[in-house]
Ligand binder design. Sequence first.
Ligand SMILES: CC(=O)N[C@H]1[C@@H](OP(=O)(O)OP(=O)(O)OC[C@H]2O[C@@H](n3ccc(=O)[nH]c3=O)[C@H](O)[C@@H]2O)O[C@H](CO)[C@@H](O)[C@@H]1O
Ligand SMILES: C=C(OP(=O)(O)O)C(=O)O
Length: 420
Amino acid sequence: MDRFIIRGGKPLHGEITIGGAKNAGLKLMVAGLLTAGRLVLTNVPRIADIATMRDLLVQHGVAVEDLTGDGSSYSIGGEITNTEAPYDIVSKMRASILVLGPLLARCGKARVSLPGGCAIGTRPVDMHLKGLETLGAEIRLEGGYINATAPKGLIGDRVILPFASVGATENLLMAATLAKGCTEIVNAAREPEIGDLVACLNAMGAKITGSGSGTLIIEGVEVLHGAEHRIMPDRIECGTYACAAAITGGDLKLLGGRVDDLGAVVRALEETGVEVTQESYGMRVRRTGALRGVDIMTEPYPGFPTDMQAQFMAMLAVAEGASMITETIFENRFMHVPELNRMGARINVHGSSAIIRGVHALSGAPVMATDLRASFSLILAGLAAHGETTLSRVYHLDRGYEAVEKKLAACGANIERVKG
Ligand SMILES: CC(=O)N[C@H]1[C@@H](OP(=O)(O)OP(=O)(O)OC[C@H]2O[C@@H](n3ccc(=O)[nH]c3=O)[C@H](O)[C@@H]2O)O[C@H](CO)[C@@H](O)[C@@H]1O
Ligand SMILES: C=C(OP(=O)(O)O)C(=O)O
């Protein structure tokens, strides 16, 4: 298992190119299941989750071609020969559940392993299943699998989501593109990645309106055709490197970064005393004064994203004064707290809130990654800490961040990957 060795204390200066968004790219690849034509995706991030999604799609029988040979551009589409998503892939990556709607819509049946929980929470899929049932699917849970059929095809209807779930919105949205008649998804999630998916589906011939409004209207069509789509920049990667500039007192140009996608994060950064500007090349983030504590609550978009919570906590650990972070999306997303405390942070968790009392400095320590964003919060702490930090279980990080050590080292960080 690879690990990182980080020797902290250097402010980061320079340019980092923001890659394509993991949380858009994965769903856009799944959209390839909806067409017998060719969906060409560009700006694909070279991360482990994308490779897992490629494996999943290939075992469904569709053609997945690496167009440039470097994993940055794929063509996806063709006939589906297998409608089962097996446990060994779904258990690796929860986004696999998103094949359920498209398989049902195109083939009238699907057998998908239940994803189960993960380090950050139990993460049920009841809203995905209830929504598909509203569209006419018959669903049975058996032996850890979701067995779904739509003998008469999917039929458009009104689905009211009790919570604006990102995954449920995407599953229903994709299924509804090929359903008979009109579907309305009320209380749909509004994350920018869903806007990207809508844009791609519409380019494939879908008829979707209401993107970003909380109500999606989908007029079903007979077939979707091929299209070409460039995956949006990863707002979470961008926000993460913004925290790297902030925690080290540096100045980073985040090429391709978009302030508009990161409203709540940018406002919180500014409250801590960090300067953020939109430039023609992307987002610039710099800090010259002290960091100040702030209070944050994670919420569905346009609120503060849960996927930025751990990284912000590392930053607030060295801010002046006290901060409070309340996590409302996942019930167990504070696994980084004991690790940050081992580096000298003073953080107490009370239920869904963490109180962070800023300390003057952190000190390097051996720490362990528990999930994707927690991993990066420990890297951030290591970049700011005195001495050496060793981060193990880097495979969590590799799920969603491309070339971390190269991007950071190019801006002056002392970080190396030790293979093992
Ligand atoms: C691959 C991807 O894009 N992952 C993102 C997606 O995850 P994901 O799509 O899993 O997140 P959801 O918005 O669906 O989940 C939010 C909350 O709703 C609960 N829930 C969800 C569905 C359901 O049927 N029943 C239910 O109870 C979940 O357990 C969780 O507590 O959105 C999350 C919230 O922005 C992000 O943190 C993840 O990075
Ligand atoms: C929680 C995340 O991803 P996933 O939904 O794939 O676990 C994330 O990207 O931070």
